[in-house]
Structures are given as structure tokens and as C-alpha cells.
Design a protein around this ligand. Sequence first.
Ligand code: BEZ
Length: 212
Amino acid sequence: MSVIRLGDVAPNFIAQTSLGEINFHEWLGDSWGILFSHPADYTPVCTTELGTVAKYKAEFEKRNVKTIALSVDGVPSHQGWIKDINETQNTSVDFPIIADEDKKVSNLYDMIHPNADNNLTVRSVFIIDPDKKVKLIIVYPASTGRNFDELVRVIDSLQLTAYHKVATPANWKKGEDCVISPAVSNEQIPDLFPKGHKEVKPYLRMTPQPNL
Ligand code: BEZ
């Protein structure tokens, strides 16, 4: 088990997947990535999650994000289950699912939480930027399916704040006003934020989303 923290380089690995062997870093290439684990194949919540990810393909592609799932089941199991997902969720899963039978990747990414379940992965999410740095980690229990609208929203925030000196406030959605980074002085604001700004408090300065 290794501890992975925000800003760390996402550990590389070679793994078998439903789409053949991959070298994780090579597979990511210049894209952003979402690596997400699920407890087991042929389980109900996971079936809805993977179907949802397949349906969000266009949203992820627009944002230059590749998705890759993982469970501790093998390739034949993944391939059989993908047929069920496609049938029941009315979609086409065309992203890889890692077959982590020896738990190599699960342990590398600390996806098994023994006090939750000794053998199965929890629902971990790692968002990785094009420099292979870990930008976000979220962990859900097996009983709670993930909200993929939230993951798309978070990617919008991560991609915005990577290139502009802003942060995004609570419940922010694409198109809404942003917080000017505390590191930006008032003198710098007109150059950096020509759309204008509003000073609510000296430490709370809002500006329209700069990249729209
Ligand atoms: C599910 O995906 O439905 C699930 C998996 C493990 C435990 C509980 C639910």
C-alpha cells in the first residue's frame, strides 16, 4: 500500500484490461485521466456507474479526459459483464476496465480499505492531469454510486484553475462567477480580469469566468 496525495505523480503500472494490456502513463498520453475503482463485476450499482460513464463519453472527450475503471475481477469476467452493461444501460462501454486480480494496482492506489472490505476495492476516484499529477481524490463506499455530473463539474474547475488565477466557490458550475485567487493583488486585477470584478470583502473578490 502506498499513500498518494494531491500533487504526487500518479504511480505508473502495466495491467491487463478488457481492451488488452496497457502501460498507464503511455495510455494517458497528453490527456487528463479518471481512474476509478468499483467493488466487483456483475453488481448492480457498478453496472449503473459504468453505463453512466459510457453515456458521458462526449462530455469527457470534449474535456480531453480518458476514463479507465478497475475491479479485482479478471478479463473474461469484465468482457461478459460489459455485454450486460451495454444491454441493460443501453450504451456501449468502450473504455478499458483493469483486471486487477492480483490487486497490484488496487494496493498501489490504496483502493482496498480493509475495515470496509478486506478483498474488494472501494469506489475510489483519481483525477490525473496531463503532467500525470494527481489533482483530485474522492472515495465512496460500495453502497453509494458516484455522481458523474459532479466529476464533470470538478474537471471543469480543475481545468479552469490550472490555467487562470481563480478558484471556484461552493457549488460552482461552468459559466458562473469565480473567486480571484488570494495571491493576485488588487493592482494586477485589471490586467488579469478585464471582464471586471466585484470586491465583496478585501479577501473575497469575484470575477466572471475568465475563459468563456
Ligand atoms: C454494487 O455495485 O451494487 C455493490 C457492490 C458491492 C457492495 C454493494 C453494492
